[in-house]
Design a protein around this ligand. Structure first.
Ligand code: HEC
Length: 158
């Protein structure tokens, strides 16, 4: 009896999982295009800084997202797409100039804070992207860069 119920539950789950693939397919956009709005076009981004951002942040904070295979599989696809959507909305390195000057300054500040506190890259992302983990050296490079760029912005404002 219990075996039979378990079989039915399993069947329902499998059918449900298949059915769910057919609706709400997230928009998985990505591009290699670097437009004039790109952070590298309006700020000094040294090669070592850019490579860290690319490796650890671009999947969610740029339009150059590499969508993994499991991002085609609902319901995981919804979770992944949600992180990318919110990440881009908050701070998109591909569309940096769309942020106001004040927001750019705030985001730069937050970059150093978030990585020091190990809040970014998102911990659940690191489970499947161990290469994105930041070393202490990576953090120092990013924070020093942030400091230099913030100083430039302040000098400009004076
Ligand atoms: C897996 C996706 C993902 C990755 C990878 C990622 N982020 Fe985020 N990030 C997000 C999301 C989602 C938010 C928005 C959180 C919110 O609105 O509460 C965010 C927010 C932020 C913010 C704004 C913080 C705030 O105060 O709300 C900063 C700064 C940030 N991320 C920096 C980074 C940096 C730097 C990296 C790389 C070292 C990185 N993120 C990697 C998804 C990601």
């Amino acid at each position: 009896m219990i075996k039979k119920i378990l079989k039915i539950i399993l069947l329902v789950l499998i059918v449900g999982l298949i059915a769910v693939q057919f609706f709400n397919r997230p928009d998985k956009s990505t591009t290699t295009e670097v437009t004039p709005a790109h952070i590298t076009k309006v700020m000094t981004v040294p090669a070592n800084v850019e490579s860290i951002l690319k490796r650890s942040c671009f999947d969610c904070h740029s339009n150059h997202t590499t969508w993994p295979w499991y991002s085609s599989l609902a319901p995981v696809s919804w979770l992944v797409a949600d992180d990318v959507e919110h990440g881009r909305k908050k701070m998109n390195f591909s569309e940096w100039t769309k942020l106001s000057e004040a927001k750019r300054e705030a985001r730069l500040n937050e970059i150093c804070e978030e990585i020091k506190a190990d809040e970014m890259p998102m911990p659940n992302y690191l489970l499947l992207h161990s290469e994105a983990k930041l070393s202490q050296a990576d953090k120092d490079i990013l924070c020093n860069w942030v400091e230099t760029e913030l100083k430039k912005l302040e000098d400009k404002a004076e």
